[in-house]
Design a protein around this ligand. Structure first.
Ligand code: HEM
Length: 274
């Protein structure tokens, strides 16, 4: 039961993290405003971070039945303090920025949250982490931008064809260089943390990263279909083009759910060398 709760909490944490930060980035890049969703995802992030600490304490105390025994909590708090504070403070700032419509306030919120991503994870278990924690921060920032694409590009009736095409154009202008950077950075991090391809494929951790890599390559392919074909269709026959976009974005959602489950499993149920 504790394992299932731990995995579920990590998935919710990533959904809150990528959702809140990603939609703030989208407000700057595509101009799409999603204040209510940002506030909701930010709340989800801070709740999941607190629940994760509680579950870690329960694990150390010997199980859920002892989860209210906080005598060993110091062993949970010390290694997780910095990332927890960065995520909770960052989420609070994004929540306030969305609730009050103070767009500029999302900048310090985003910096805090992405810095938080670099303050945890397996790069901190390396003998010499070097710049890898920074690469994780950049990786998570681009991932947040990418996985929120289906939300801002969803062809809702209230969005005109012109606005939709403009939004796709602005998204694509950043996606064309950032997504290959994310994938290359992910491969680099996998080899830095896992050691080599042979050790990676022999571990559950490595196999989960390979699944993530495969799903991301398929999502990259779907992105190319959107850029080079669906956009043309929307220009030529908006109704048919919108139906196509509906389908490709649905495929994207399923791929991103698979990716989030894979990374949540890799970082909470197993690890390099496990
Ligand atoms: C849409 C695509 C992707 C998303 C949403 C995504 C998301 C994430 C997130 C949220 C983390 C931070 C984990 C943490 O420290 O708690 C992460 C770390 C990582 N990602 Fe990705 N990622 C994506 C693509 C990739 C790809 C293509 C690879 C290549 C194999 C990759 C490899 C890694 C590695 C090695 C880490 C470090 C994990 C650790 O600390 O153990 N990612 N990713």
């Amino acid at each position: 039961m504790l394992v299932v709760l731990t995995l579920f909490t990590k998935i919710v944490l990533y959904v809150g993290l990528l959702g809140s930060a990603g939609l703030c980035l989208q407000a700057y890049i595509t101009g799409a405003q999603s204040r209510r969703l940002i506030a909701g995802f930010a709340f989800l992030l801070s709740a999941a971070v607190c629940l994760r600490l509680f579950l870690m304490n329960a694990e150390l105390a010997g199980g859920l039945e002892d989860s209210l025994d906080f005598s060993l909590f110091g062993w949970v708090w010390t290694p997780n303090r910095d990332q927890t504070l960065a995520y909770v403070i960052g989420a609070l700032v994004l929540f306030i920025s969305a609730a009050l419509g103070l767009k500029w306030l999302s900048v310090p919120g985003l910096i805090t949250i992405f810095a938080g991503a670099g303050l945890g994870g397996h790069t901190h278990g390396m003998d010499t982490p070097g710049l890898n924690p920074v690469f994780v921060s950049i990786h998570v920032a681009i991932a947040a931008f990418w996985v929120t694409a289906p939300i801002v590009l969803w062809p809702v009736k209230t969005m005109s064809d012109t606005d939709l095409l403009q939004c796709m154009k602005r998204f694509s202008a950043v996606a064309i260089w950032s997504i290959p950077t994310l994938i290359a950075g992910g491969v680099w991090l996998s080899l830095q943390i896992g050691g080599s391809v042979s050790t990676l494929v022999e571990s559950d951790y490595g196999r989960l990263l390979a699944i993530k890599f495969g799903l991301a390559l398929v999502a990259l392919g779907v992105g190319a279909v959107n850029k080079f074909w669906v956009t043309l269709q929307i220009n030529k026959d908006p109704a048919a083009g919108r139906r196509l976009l509906h389908q490709t974005l649905t495929v994207d959602c399923l791929l991103f759910i698979g990716i989030i489950i894979a990374i949540a499993s890799a970082t909470s149920l197993t690890g390099p060398g496990a």
